[in-house]
Every structure is written in structure tokens, then in C-alpha cells.
Design a protein around this ligand. Structure first.
Ligand code: 16G
Length: 254
């Protein structure tokens, strides 16, 4: 084991090399092994005790180095089975001109999507929902709050409000909201989307598996039917490290 470790993780002079805390030096050696591919995606890290023995440091030092790499997304901990080298994050490039759904966008990229439900039901609307969705007094609103996950990576938190007229029973939405709206001839044909920068707070940061304060994109989408009726008001929080929104620009007519 130590012979293999010596090739994967050369630690010559870890104790004497340079200044700075020991855990940072160990962290750097582990990071180098990951970045150069000596430790590949999915590889298991040796047990904390073995790593501590091999590097001749305390288990606390190993834990701090590993914690740091987990926080930065280079390693992941799987409950009960150990610590593994994480899959590198590939950014999603999302055109800003097509009115597509999350499920369709991910399917086009060959990614498998799933959602964790944060909220799904009928509620008394807020004054904003009443106004934006044009709800009659006394009617309810359907709310769908979801953590959206593609290939096991949480990408966004989406909170959608839909008039009961278009979605009387929110429990019918299992995967795609737009697919359900389509069945009712209420799939939006036009939308206005507003994107702004934000910093992640808890509990959103925890759900999206990013550190508190990490960069995020806050997106509001108001979608319309051909008749001009608003069908959807959705507020979303996307991971800033996972998304590029791309718009094609052309020279306007003079
Ligand atoms: C997209 C939309 C969201 C819409 C959802 C429907 C953005 C920022 N948001 O994620 O407004 O509700 O798609 O997806 O693009 P679904 O049909 O997979 O539920």
C-alpha cells in the first residue's frame, strides 16, 4: 500500500518543505495528484488512519486537508463507504433564446435528471402571485419547489407558482412541469427572464452542495400563453460554477 501511495502521492519532505500549516501542504499534494490524474475520478482515498501513517501526520491534519478538498468539490464523501475523487464539473451552456424546460435541456445533453421536492401543493396566493398570475380572489395557487439534479449533481433550486386553472392538481407533476402543462394546452410560448448575481446563503448553499457565499445566479421567469395570460412565475437559484447563459447578439437595423 505504501509503495502504491508513494507513486500516487509523493510526500518527500512534507514536514520540512516550505512554510504554512501542514494540512495545507498535504492538501496541495492531494490536489496535485488529482489535477495530474494520478488519482482519477471515482478513485477511493486511502483510509484516514493509513494516510496519516503514510504522511507521518496526525489524523486531524488529514481530516482538515480532506475537508478542504471536499468543500472545494475535488473530493466527495459517501456515507459509510469512504472518500472519493469527485467527477469534474462540466459547465452547462444554456442559450437564452429558447423557451425550453429543465428536463429537455438536460436530456439534450444526455444527462439524467431528477428532482427532490421541497414543496408541492395548493396554497393561498401571496399578493404578488395574485397580481402576476391574474388570480381571482379566493382561488388558490399551485406551488412547486424543487431541487433539480442532473447526473447526481444538484444544479438549481426552482420555485414555481402556477394558477390552479392550469394545474389543479400539482401532484401530477412527477418529472416535467412543462410536459404536464402541454397536456393541458397551457405550455408557455413566450417568457421574460431576469438574471441577477447573488451569493448563496443557507439552506440553499447546503442543498446545492456549495460553500456559503459561493456565487449564484438568481433567475425569475414569467411565462405567457399565446393569449397573453401569465402561466408561470418561477424564481430559481442556479449554481454560478455550473452554468453559462449564452445569448446570440446581432446588429440591429439602422
Ligand atoms: C426551466 C425554467 C423554469 C421552468 C422549468 C420547467 C429557467 C431558469 N427556468 O428550468 O422556469 O419551470 O424549466 O422544467 O430556465 P420541467 O418541465 O423540467 O419541470
Amino acid at each position: 500500500m505504501n509503495e502504491t501511495l508513494a507513486t500516487i502521492l509523493p510526500l518527500d519532505g512534507l514536514q520540512s518543505a516550505g512554510t504554512g500549516p501542514l494540512y495545507m501542504k498535504l492538501r496541495q499534494s492531494l490536489e496535485d495528484a488529482i489535477r495530474t490524474g494520478r488519482l482519477g475520478h471515482g478513485d477511493a482515498l486511502p483510509a484516514e488512519r493509513d494516510l496519516a501513517d503514510y504522511a507521518n501526520v496526525s489524523r486531524v491534519t488529514v481530516r482538515k486537508a480532506v475537508d478542504d478538498l471536499v468543500k472545494d468539490g475535488l473530493l466527495t464523501r459517501k456515507h459509510g463507504s469512504g472518500t472519493f475523487v469527485a467527477k469534474p464539473l462540466s459547465r452547462v451552456e444554456q442559450p437564452l433564446t429558447r423557451l425550453t424546460s429543465f428536463t429537455e435541456d438536460m436530456a439534450r445533453r444526455g444527462l439524467v435528471t431528477r428532482s427532490e421536492w421541497l414543496e408541492r401543493g395548493l396554497f393561498h396566493p401571496s399578493p404578488e402571485e395574485m397580481m402576476m398570475l391574474g388570480l381571482a380572489p379566493g382561488t388558490k395557487v399551485a406551488r412547486l419547489g424543487r431541487l433539480r439534479i442532473a447526473d447526481d449533481m444538484p444544479l438549481a433550486i426552482e420555485r414555481a407558482s402556477i394558477s390552479v386553472e392550469f394545474l389543479p392538481d400539482p401532484s401530477v407533476v412527477t418529472n416535467s412541469l412543462y410536459a404536464e402543462l402541454e397536456k393541458k394546452n397551457a405550455r408557455p410560448v413566450r417568457a421574460i427572464q431576469r438574471i441577477s448575481a447573488c451569493n448563496m446563503k443557507d439552506p440553499d448553499a447546503g442543498l446545492l452542495a456549495v460553500p456559503i457565499g459561493a456565487a449564484g445566479l438568481s433567475i425569475e421567469r414569467v411565462s405567457y400563453l399565446a393569449s397573453g395570460r401569465v402561466v408561470e412565475l418561477t424564481r430559481s437559484l442556479y449554481r454560478g460554477d455550473a452554468y453559462d447563459f449564452v445569448a446570440e447578439l446581432s446588429l440591429g437595423e439602422k
